[in-house]
Ligand binder design. Structure first.
Ligand code: F6P
Length: 341
């Protein structure tokens, strides 16, 4: 048996931990061959593959990024790419694929499965927006990075009596904002799931400043003003039709300063949220996902994605995972709200 492993979409901490555990499980437990496919689906279209050994995956557990490289290549709507991909699967005698990615990468995996290929998916994204799994790896690291940033912003906000606005990633789900906002003690958290009213926000901040002289406002990049539209960094779409989000933090910070008269500063955390070393939690989750993905191949449990449910790793249908994004649990947001103002 020969399996191929690839990482697609935006990178995130923990990808190397999955590559390592997939390789180790396949070689040590099942005596299979493992091929690393470079740069996501692009590697299968171009035939860029390399054998992985216990040696080549040693020493990578703690490293961020992905040793295989990644890309947002979408072969689904391009017949030529699709046939090149099929050709390379045959050429390199790849019997099954472990595809590590978010909803886009997993939607290609689903199409391959529907075409008769043996595929198992592993969910990754710092955004934690994949349906069917309690958590994706990468999320815990991103939340830790944002929480640390909020802690640091707190001390400077307090010294200068300012309002600090922090823009965080997450696409159309506010998971990073809510988790890091609760952990960092944010005074307001704006998320895509709850359109915001700038007047109400400023009223709330002014009231707070009657007794406190600083505030932290966390803004998720996909946040929408009431009755308005999502703010784009660029209208240019990627291969999966996604526009680039970002910029809402600037608008919110400027409006706050203008309306409250309180000095306000913006910090955009950007890609620092998905760079660097994974937390222990993400290393463990990624390792468990990798091992169970290879076990799913062994069992013939194809067209599935490994997922965390409570304390267990289960498999669910890829269809279920890519159907729609997982949005923030409003019970959790209600807890966050208790500390606003
Ligand atoms: O999906 C992960 C993510 O980091 C989002 O939170 C963000 O909007 C997007 O990727 C940015 O991607 P890139 O800059 O790599 O195109």
């Amino acid at each position: 048996m020969r399996i191929g492993v690839l990482t697609g979409g935006g990178d995130c901490p923990g990808l190397n931990a999955v590559i390592r555990s997939v390789t180790r499980r396949a070689i040590v437990t099942y005596n299979w061959d493992v091929l690393g496919i470079q740069n996501g689906w692009s590697g299968l279209i171009k035939g860029h593959v390399e054998p992985l050994s216990l040696y080549s995956v040693s020493g990578i557990l703690h490293r961020g990024g992905t040793i295989l490289g990644t890309s947002r290549t979408n072969p689904k709507d391009n017949r030529d790419d699709w046939s090149k991909l099929q050709h390379h699967l045959k050429k390199y005698s790849i019997d099954a694929i472990v595809a590590v990615g978010g909803e886009d990468t997993l939607s290609v995996a689903l199409q391959l499965h529907q075409d008769g290929m043996k595929v198992v998916g592993v969910p990754k994204t710092i955004d934690n927006d994949i349906k069917g799994t309690d958590y994706t790896f990468g999320f815990n690291t991103a939340v830790s990075i944002v929480t640390e940033a909020i802690d640091r912003l707190h001390t400077t906000a307090e010294s200068h009596h300012r309002i600090m606005v922090v823009e965080v990633m997450g696409r159309h789900s506010g998971w990073i904002a809510v988790h890091a906002g609760i952990a960092g003690g944010a005074d307001a958290i704006l998320i895509p799931e709850v359109p915001f009213d700038i007047k109400d926000l400023c009223k709330q901040l002014k009231k707070r400043h009657e007794h406190k002289r600083f505030s932290i406002v966390v803004v998720s990049e996909g946040t929408v003003p009431k009755g308005g539209n999502v703010i784009l960094q660029s209208e240019k779409k990627d291969a999966f039709g996604h526009v680039r989000l970002g910029g809402v933090g600037r608008i919110v910070a400027d409006e706050i300063e203008e309306r409250t008269g309180i000095e306000t500063r913006l910090t955009v955390l950007g890609h620092t949220q998905r760079g660097g070393s994974p937390t222990a939690y993400d290393r463990i989750l990624a390792t468990r996902f990798g091992v169970r993905a290879v076990d799913a191949v062994k069992k013939g449990d194809f067209g599935k994605m490994v997922a965390l449910r409570s304390e267990n790793i289960i498999t669910i249908k890829l269809e279920e995972a890519v159907l729609e994004n997982k949005v923030v649990d409003m019970d959790l947001y209600e807890i966050a709200e208790l500390f606003f103002g």
